[in-house]
Unconditional design. Structure first.
Length: 133
């Protein structure tokens, strides 16, 4: 598909804020380019890709990371955790699977070690694609 701007360059807050949504019902992957420019006091941007599945009204994390516990009695519990991404200044590209989803978005926030006196900015460009197309 054609590149679409999910978030224009805008100041970040310290709470997760959703981008515009991208229709992905005929796609299998979304590649996002996240560009962060530091302000004063911020240390980076944290982002959480989310999907909306067909027939659902609640967004859920697009990617899960697996966290293995301690083996006990020959078994181990593996916890599925929401995968959040973080980066410093510059541009990064991440590829997110969206199989079975109808919509995709990214929630973003600024990370900080202390306090932010001038917010950093973030922009997100996305391209949806279908494997084999």
């Amino acid at each position: 598909g054609a590149p679409q701007r999910l978030r224009a360059t805008a100041a970040l807050t310290t709470s997760l804020v959703a981008s515009d949504a991208l229709a992905v019902s005929t796609h299998s992957t979304v590649s996002i380019e996240v560009e962060y420019t530091a302000g004063t006091g911020g240390t980076g941007v944290e982002y959480l890709p989310e999907v909306l599945m067909a027939g659902e009204s609640v967004w859920s994390p697009a990617v899960s990371a697996l966290n293995a516990g301690t083996p006990s009695g020959g078994a181990v519990t593996i916890e599925a955790c929401a995968a959040t991404y973080s980066q410093g200044a510059g541009k990064r590209t991440v590829h997110i699977p969206v199989y079975g989803a109808t919509s995709f978005r990214v929630r973003v926030k600024e990370t900080t070690a202390t306090s932010i006196s001038a917010a950093g900015t973030c922009a997100i460009l996305a391209v949806a694609s279908r494997l084999g197309a």
